[in-house]
Design a protein around this ligand. Structure first.
Ligand SMILES: Cc1cc2nc3c(=O)[nH]c(=O)nc-3n(C[C@H](O)[C@H](O)[C@H](O)COP(=O)(O)OP(=O)(O)OC[C@H]3O[C@@H](n4cnc5c(N)ncnc54)[C@H](O)[C@@H]3O)c2cc1C
Length: 479
C-alpha cells in the first residue's frame, strides 16, 4: 500500500545535521553485520528516543529525525509508575533514571491551602493518599519515580551515544530535519525531511517508519490518519517554581488539589528538604470562563495570584518562577496506529489529560509493544500485518484503560472536596490495607502494558484451535 507523500527530488544528505552514519539510498550497505533492518523514526521526544534505543539495542539501524536543533528541554511530564517502570527496567534504564530522579513517598489528594488569619498559609486538608512504602529496589514498580521529561530525554540521548560507540552507526540523529513527506512503496518507506535552516530537502529509505512526532504529528497527517476525541474547556498553566521548603509534610508532598475550578497538581521535581530550596511543578487549571489570551494567563501577576491557592508559609513567600507554559487538555485517539509499513507511538497516536501521569507513560508502553512487533517483522520474517495487531492492542488499551482512567482522575479532582469524600478511590485510599493497594495497582501493571508475543500467541490459539480444543468445546456444548 502507499501512503501520502510530498516527496520532491532527492538530493543526498546535504545540509542535514547528522551525528552518526548517514542513511544512503542503499540503506544496509555500511551496516555492521549484526544489524538487520532499518527503521526511520520521526521525532526525538521521549518516545522516539526510547524506541530508537530499544530497537538499536536489538540490532536494527535507526534514523531519528528531529526538527529542532537538539532534543527539547520543555518542562512537561515528570511522573512514571507501574508497568512503565518495568519497561524502563527491562530496557536497562531504570537504575540510571532513579539516580537522576527520586521515588516519591506517597501521592495525596488535598484541598487548597488554608489561611490561618495570622498571615500564614497551611497545607489543605488531606483527603487520602496512596503510600508507596511497598516499593523497593527489587519492586520499583510499586512506587512512583519523578524525573522531569528533559532529564529522561537527556539520559536516553546519552545512552544512544554510548550504544553508537560500541555499535557504530546504530542510531543516526538528524537534527534540524523536519519530516515533510512519507511514501510507502510496498517494499520500503521513503521519508522526506526539510532542513530547518537551509530549506534543502533530503530523502531517507527504511524498511519501516514510525511517527513519534507528538500531538500535532505531521506523520499522522501525511498518513491520512484522523485523531478523534474532544478537548476539555479548561486550560492548564504549568509553572516550575524554585521555592524554600517550609512546613514540609513528612509523607505526602506530591499531591492533587481538589477544587471545583482551580484543581491542580503539585509535585516537587527534586526530593525536597525542609528549609532548602527545591524546584516544584504547579500545574494549575484556569477557569474556562476566563478566555484571556495565553500571554495574560502567563503574566507575573496572574501566576502569583494562582499560586496563592497552593503555596504554604507566609502570605508573601519568596519564590522564582523558572518556567511557565499554558496547555490544553485533550482526550483523543488516532483511528489507527498503523498503516502499511508505518506506525504511530505516543502523543502522535493519543492524547489524554495529564491528571495521573498517563500520557508519556502510555507512549513508553506503546514503544515497548512496538519493539517486539518490529523485531518479529525484521528479524523473524513476521508479516507486516503484525503492525495492525499492535494498533488494535494499543488502541484497545487506550480506549478501555488510559482514557477512562485519566478522565475519572480529572473529574475526581475537578469537584467540591466535600463531594470527593464520597468518591470510591478517596474512601479506599483513606487507610488502605496491602490487599486494597494491590488490587488498585494491578491494572497499572497488567492491562496497561502489552506483551505482544503472549497476546499474539493467545490469538493464534483462539483463531486456530487445536483438535483437543475442539473436543473440549464440543463437550461444553453437549453439557
Ligand atoms: C505542559 C505539559 C505538561 C505535561 N505534563 C504531563 C504529565 O504530568 N504527565 C504525563 O504523563 N504527561 C504530561 N504531558 C504530556 C507528555 O509531555 C507527552 O505525553 C509526551 O511529551 C509525549 O512524548 P512524545 O515523544 O510522544 O511526543 P513529544 O514529546 O511531543 O515529542 C515529539 C518530538 O517530535 C518533534 N517533531 C514534531 N514534529 C516534527 C516533524 N515534522 N519532523 C521532525 N520532528 C518533529 C518535536 O520537536 C519533538 O521533539 C504534558 C504535556 C505538556 C505540554
Amino acid at each position: 500500500m502507499s501512503a501520502v507523500s510530498d516527496i520532491t527530488t532527492v538530493p543526498r544528505a546535504t545540509g542535514i545535521d547528522t551525528l552518526a552514519a548517514n542513511n544512503s539510498l542503499e540503506p544496509t550497505i555500511n551496516n555492521p553485520p549484526s544489524f538487520r533492518g532499518r527503521v526511520i523514526i520521526a521525532g526525538a521526544g521521549p518516545t522516539g528516543l526510547f524506541l530508537a534505543y530499544k530497537l538499536a539495542k536489538s540490532g536494527i539501524n535507526i534514523d531519528l529525525l528531529e526538527r529542532l536543533p537538539d532534543i527539547s528541554d520543555a518542562p512537561r511530564a515528570a511522573g512514571y509508575y507501574g508497568a512503565t517502570l518495568l519497561a524502563l527496567k527491562d530496557a536497562g534504564l531504570l537504575d540510571l533514571a532513579a539516580q537522576r530522579g527520586y521515588l516519591v513517598n506517597a501521592l495525596g489528594w488535598r484541598t487548597t491551602v488554608q489561611d490561618d488569619a495570622l498571615g500564614n498559609k497551611t497545607w489543605g486538608r488531606l483527603l487520602c493518599h496512596i503510600p508507596f512504602s511497598q516499593a523497593s529496589e527489587q519492586r520499583p514498580e510499586l512506587g512512583m519515580l519523578v524525573l522531569p521529561q528533559p532529564k529522561l530525554c537527556q539520559l536516553l540521548k546519552e545512552q544512544i551515544h554510548a550504544l553508537n560507540s560500541t555499535m557504530p552507526g546504530a542510531v543516526s540523529f538528524h537534527f534540524n530535519a523536519e519530516l515533510c513527506g512519507v511514501l510507502d512503496d510496498g517494499d520500503s518507506v521513503l521519508a522526506t525531511v526539510r532542513h530547518q535552516k537551509t530549506g534543502v530537502k533530503h530523502t531517507l529509505r527504511g524498511d519501516l517508519f514510525v511517527g513519534a512526532d507528538g500531538g500535532k504529528s505531521k506523520a499522522r497527517e501525511l498518513l491520512g490518519i484522523k485523531l478523534q476525541g474532544h478537548t476539555w474547556p479548561e486550560r492548564m498553566i504549568a509553572a516550575d517554581v524554585m521555592l524554600r521548603n517550609v512546613d514540609l509534610p513528612p509523607v505526602v508532598q506530591a499531591h492533587f488539589v481538589v477544587h471545583p475550578v482551580h484543581f491542580a497538581m503539585v509535585i516537587p521535581l527534586e526530593r525536597p528538604v525542609e528549609g532548602e530550596k527545591t524546584l516544584w511543578r504547579f500545574s494549575m487549571a484556569t477557569d474556562p470562563n476566563v478566555t484571556s489570551p495565553e500571554e495574560d494567563l502567563l503574566h507575573e501577576k496572574n501566576i502569583a495570584m494562582m499560586l496563592e491557592n497552593y503555596m504554604v508559609g507566609t502570605r508573601t513567600p519568596e519564590y522564582e518562577v523558572v518556567s511557565k507554559t499554558v496547555y490544553h487538555l485533550h482526550q483523543r485517539l488516532a483511528n489507527t496506529m498503523a498503516t502499511g509499513r508505518c506506525a504511530l507511538v505516543g502523543d502522535a497516536a493519543h492524547l489524554n489529560n495529564p491528571v495521573g501521569a498517563l500520557g508519556l507513560c502510555t507512549g513508553i508502553l506503546d514503544c515497548d509493544a512496538l519493539v517486539t512487533v518490529i523485531e518479529m517483522i525484521l528479524h523473524e520474517d513476521g508479516p507486516l500485518s503484525l503492525l495492525s495487531a499492535y494498533s488494535d492492542v494499543r488502541r484497545q488499551v487506550f480506549q478501555s484503560f488510559v482514557s477512562p482512567t485519566s478522565t475519572a482522575n480529572k473529574l475526581r479532582i475537578h469537584q467540591d472536596p466535600a463531594a470527593a469524600d464520597d468518591d470510591w478511590l478517596v474512601r479506599a485510599m483513606q487507610d488502605p490495607t496491602p490487599e486494597v493497594l494491590h488490587e488498585f495497582i494491578k491494572p497499572y501493571l497488567t492491562v496497561w502494558r502489552s506483551d505482544m508475543r503472549a497476546i499474539l500467541a493467545a490469538q493464534v490459539k483462539r483463531d486456530k484451535p487445536t483438535p483437543a480444543q475442539f473436543e473440549a468445546e464440543d463437550t461444553v456444548d453437549v453439557i
